[in-house]
Design a protein around this ligand. Structure first.
Ligand SMILES: CC(=O)N[C@H]1[C@@H](OP(=O)(O)OP(=O)(O)OC[C@H]2O[C@@H](n3ccc(=O)[nH]c3=O)[C@H](O)[C@@H]2O)O[C@H](CO)[C@@H](O)[C@@H]1O
Ligand SMILES: C=C(OP(=O)(O)O)C(=O)O
Length: 416
């Protein structure tokens, strides 16, 4: 199995273009199913999750050509509503194929999805909302069979602004009869990107980016051309790396508006962040200040997908930081691995206390999930000596050749 070997000590320096967002491209690829037409999607990152989503679409009949970062997807030939269990279980985002196939065929058979193991990840809000739209759902033997004689617009109040539930409702609602309103919807930028794609296909959606989304169902959708937004989490990960290594990097092709909570917290550490249109310079401070309280929240709050990387950064800060993970039940598996590298971290349920240490030391550590894996790589960049990060297949789910990006910025890292 592949692993990363890192020799710590080099500063990150230089310029890097940020790739397209995993959490945007996955629901948009699922959305291509609805029209049965041809869509050309660009700025697609090379990620394991993208390959899996493309494979699922192919298994049910789509034709897909990939040329560099662009995919041409023809979903006209899809002939099955049964999604392949093995592939669906490989990632979380496969669940949004439920809304997409319901919109196209009024029927879908899907197993429970996979994704990072960061605590229980129920889909009760997805199912409750789809039921409100006239979908009959049977759960048996690990599968969910959904059928709707007719999808009907509904007024849906989400108990929590779930990203996946918001996406599933949007996808089903674009072809439902009448108007669907999602209240307390997720406001993540990836929801706005999904709205943009669907509206280019002929959907009538308003409000993405706010907590009320209104969807007027239409009879027909067509394929379209769409460019995926930049990945704010990949950008944030590199920003944390620049701060930890006392480096200086420039990120290109980003949407700085999507990064405000990360920028604010990095400034608290003493980092100098200079925003210039769709690029940004980050200069690491001499000494990293601790952060009194870092609380993860739905967007526009601080993203849970940046929590692990910030824990790695705060483990070498001056002073003690408190991290409160409010989004997922069990997203601190990286704490134990960081401790092997000399970090001083105590976790109590959803709260971690991170007491900054003078230095980390290289060790053999295991990625337990995607962002936790990225955090260990960042720790390796500053640790004294060699760090081996095992199980990097987790990292490949969400970062396109992370080692090559870091090497282009001066890090000593190789994949063996
Ligand atoms: C592929 C993708 O886009 N993944 C992102 C998406 O995951 P995902 O869509 O799974 O995240 P959700 O926003 O749905 O989940 C947030 C919280 O709501 C709970 N919940 C969710 C649905 C439900 O029916 N019932 C329920 O209780 C979850 O267990 C979790 O505690 O948003 C998360 C929160 O920003 C990110 O960390 C993930 O990177
Ligand atoms: C948790 C994540 O991904 P997923 O929802 O796909 O498991 C993530 O991107 O950090």
């Amino acid at each position: 199995m592949e692993k990363y070997l890192i020799q710590g000590g080099n500063k990150l320096q230089g310029e890097v273009k940020i790739t397209g967002a995993k959490n945007s491209v996955l629901p948009i690829l699922a959305a291509t199913v609805i029209s049965g037409g041809k869509s050309i999607i660009s700025n697609i990152p090379k990620l394991q999750d993208v390959s899996v989503m493309a494979e699922i679409l192919k298994v049910i009949g789509s034709k897909i050509d990939r040329d560099g970062d662009t995919m041409t997807i023809d979903t006209g030939p899809i002939g099955s509503i049964h999604l392949p269990e093995e592939l669906v279980r490989e990632m979380r985002s496969s669940i949004v194929l439920m809304g997409a196939l319901l919109a196209r065929f009024g029927e879908v058979n899907v197993s429970f999805p996979g994704g990072c193991e960061i605590g229980p990840r129920p889909i009760d809000l997805h199912l409750k909302s789809l039921r409100q739209m006239g979908v009959e759902i049977e759960e048996a033997h690990g599968f969910i069979y959904c059928k709707a004689k007719e999808l009907i617009g509904a007024d849906i109040q989400l108990d929590y602004p779930s990203v996946g539930a918001t996406e599933n409702i949007m996808l089903a609602a674009v072809r439902a009869k009448g108007i669907t309103v999602i209240r307390n919807s997720a406001r993540e930028p990836e929801i706005m990107d999904l709205q943009d794609y669907l509206n280019k296909c002929g959907a009538k959606i308003k409000g993405a980016g706010t907590s009320i989304i209104t969807i007027e169902g239409v009879e027909v959708l067509r394929g379209c051309n769409h460019k995926i937004i930049a990945d704010r989490i990949v950008a944030g990960t590199l920003m944390a790396g620049a701060v930890m290594t006392k480096g200086k990097i420039i990120l290109k092709d980003i949407v700085t508006e999507h990064l405000q909570s990360t920028i604010a917290k990095l400034r608290e550490t003493g980092a100098n962040v200079i925003v210039n249109g769709n690029s940004m310079m980050i200069i690491g401070p001499k000494n990293i200040n601790s952060i009194e309280i870092l609380q993860t929240l739905p967007f526009p709050g601080f993203p849970t997908d940046m929590q692990a990387q910030f824990m790695a950064m705060l483990s070498i800060a001056d002073g003690t930081s408190i991290i409160n993970e409010t989004v997922f039940e069990n997203r601190f598996k990286h704490a134990e691995e960081l401790t092997r590298m000399g970090a001083n971290i105590k976790t109590f349920g959803k709260v971690s206390v991170v007491k900054g240490v003078k230095k980390l030391t290289g060790a053999r550590v295991y990625a337990k999930d995607l962002r936790g894996g990225a955090a260990l790589v960042l720790a390796g960049l500053v640790a004294e000596g060699k760090t081996e990060v095992e199980n990097i297949y987790h990292i490949n789910r969400g970062y396109e050749n992370l080692h090559e990006t870091l090497r282009s910025l001066g890090a000593e890292i190789s994949c063996i």
